[in-house]
Design a protein around this ligand. Structure first.
Ligand code: IPE
Ligand code: IPE
Ligand code: MG
Length: 247
């Protein structure tokens, strides 16, 4: 069936994904963990393409957490190398499909060559208006919030900001996601039911979809299933179901 014929209503404007389960997927197949990460890259391709196709406007993928630096050096190296290749290979594709790349996280902690490719892809796609693709790399939500609070405190002590001006919008404006809306839908693959320090501020009213499917098995149809499940949720934002129905 063509995607255009699929009943997807509404399409979430912003989808965030914790891409988990690569290592276990590989271990189940008696292969090294990096084999799972490689297969996971194909899931990234499939999900980015599908998101663009159905009209998602912002897609945020948790690719590497600040905590992931504690993994064995060999695995970290392998992940960085996969990331670099992904960015190099996908640049043309992103431009063709009008996808703008951004990085949420501590770019300066990434290896120099990865940092460079990332900057290049971000610069070359800056005018793309079809979809924003945010890769969370060396990302940790608490660190992000603290940096935002520090920036606000600096402005207050310099006298350019008054304490009474601090509100939710101002903190949002001082996070990596500053000019983008909060996620409507969070997907976590791999069977774990936790947030793992991901977008703690931004996810405050997101719908959450957990699936046992390991990330390398999460492709187009699994993604569409999650989007359809989102369509069946009633987002009440504190109101009653009755209030929403009488609207
Ligand atoms: C997610 O898969 C990818 C990263 C965290 C980089 P994992 O590597 O965490 O896979 P599991 O959870 O060990 O199966
Ligand atoms: C979360 O996965 C980070 C990414 C998907 C990049 P982890 O597998 O690292 O999460 P925990 O540590 O098991 O919660
Ligand atoms: Mg994991």
């Amino acid at each position: 069936m063509q995607e255009s014929q699929l009943e997807i209503d509404p399409v979430p404007a912003h989808v965030a994904i914790i891409m988990d389960g690569n290592g276990r997927w590989a271990q189940q197949r008696k292969r090294p963990r990096l084999f799972g990460h490689k297969a996971g890259v194909d899931s990234v391709r499939a999900v980015v393409e599908t998101a663009r196709e159905i009209g998602v406007k912002h897609l945020t993928l948790y690719a590497f957490s600040t905590e992931n630096w504690h993994r064995p050096g060999f695995e970290v190296k392998g992940l960085m190398s996969l990331l670099k290749t992904y960015l190099q290979v996908e640049l043309d594709n992103m431009k063709t499909n009008e996808i703008r790349l951004d990085c949420f996280g501590q770019k300066h902690r990434l290896p120099e060559d990865v940092h460079q490719v990332l900057d290049q892809v971000m610069a070359e796609t800056i005018d793309c208006m079809g979809m924003r693709l945010n890769l969370a790399l060396s990302y940790g939500s608490r660190t992000e919030i603290i940096a935002g609070v520090q920036e606000i405190a600096r402005k207050c002590s310099a006298g350019v900001l008054d304490v009474r001006d601090i509100d939710e919008q101002l903190l949002s404006d001082n996070l990596y996601s500053a000019d983008q809306p909060d996620p409507d839908l969070l997907i976590r693959t791999g069977g774990e039911h936790r947030l793992s320090n991901f977008l703690l501020w931004q996810l405050s009213y997101a719908e959450i979809y957990f699936t046992d499917t390991m990330w390398p098995d999460f492709r187009k149809s699994q993604f569409l299933e999650a989007i359809k499940a989102f369509g069946n949720r009633q987002r009440r934002f504190g109101r009653t179901g009755g209030q929403l129905e009488s609207k």
